[in-house]
Design a protein around this ligand. Sequence first.
Ligand code: EPZ
Length: 418
Amino acid sequence: MDQFVITGGNRLVGEVEISGAKNAALGILSAALLVHGPCRIENVPNIADVRIFLNVAQKIGAVVEKVDEKAFYINSSGINSGQAVFSELRNIRSSYYLLGALICKTKCVEIPLPGGCNIGARPIDQHIKGFEALGAKVHLGAEKMTLSADKLIGTQIYMDVVTVGATINLMMAAVLADGVTVLENAAREPHIVDVANFLNMMGANIKGAGTNRIRITGVKELTGGKTYSIIPDQIEAGTFMIAAAATGGDVYIRNIIPEHMDPLCAKLIEMNVNITQEDDWIRVVRNKELMPTDVITLPYPGFPTDLQPQMGALMCLSNGECKITETIFENRLQYTDQLKKMKAKIKVDGNVAVIKGVGKLSGATVKALDLRAGAAMIIAGLFATGQTRVQNIEYIDRGYEEIEVKLNKLGANISREL
Ligand code: EPZ
């Protein structure tokens, strides 16, 4: 099993270029399968989940051509099958986007039951409710699920839970449905807007993405022949901002959309971190004692659950007591046990963690329990005394492009051991 070996104590100084957003890329690459004809997608992050997805797209008949490290041509007009029960899809959550992307084209889509990080039960009842409302049939087997429909009829769908995945999935399915679909209580994350912007560029008629009410008027076909660039990854950006604060560093985070970082900036400023920003960068400087703060994770524009573990690591350095309330996933505080191996003082009760600032942590051998928990362990290792080994780093590679290369360029001491 690969692991990262980190020697703590170095300040991060310099500048880091943020890659394309993982959670936008997985939606947009799926949406590209709706398009009849070639489209060029730029700023694609070079991460494991994207590589798996592109490989599966080719297996079902799409033509995928790599233009350069960050850009691909995808031509989905040759897709002839919705049979995608491939083993490599078992571990990724976004496999379910194939349902919304392919159903109108292939009339029947079959995928493994969706996987994903073990941060909670991760049900798909809202996806199923929406597809059935649109007139599709859903069959859930022990290992796979099948969606079938001769055609989809637009309708009003009230989402009982604010869910990013179901919002994107049903938005894609509605694009080629007959008539108008309205998604009520929709999620508002920036990556939902990015998927909608991509689809509209290809000829879809989607209004209201980014609000809690999205109206999709079905069209006959999406034509290709255009280029779209994926938004920067707000979670990768936030991870580096927290790492800069944790190491008492001075880092420019470049190629970002600053307003996507507002919830995190507000919290870092409360903790006495100095934040300055211009149109596509944020500078993080921490040269004072960290004050405590509290975080409650909420759907966008609330504090993102995907930055919660990283904040947990930073809070170990505050000069007081911090509280984290995780309201999105029921099992996303498990990383605190790994921090305790590094001498953190954390009490967890249900979905609340109380973190007592201890001023420093001690290096240890810890595990990446999921993608963002792994990022939290790296941050802890960056400021811990001595050496930290982070195991199971295949989780981290799913969502971060060359994280150790970017960190070493900022002055960290981290190496990958195979
Ligand atoms: C997406 O997961 C992201 N993954 C997650 O990022 C992110 O944490 C999450 O959205 C929330 O922002 C991708 O985009 C690939 P949800 P998703 O559906 O779509 C409940 C990362 O680290 N729910 O918004 O699976 C669910 O249990 C990953 O990059 C239902 O009840 O999340 C959860 O409590 C981790 N029924 C809440 O909604 C459903 O049908 C939010 O889940 C669907 C979801």
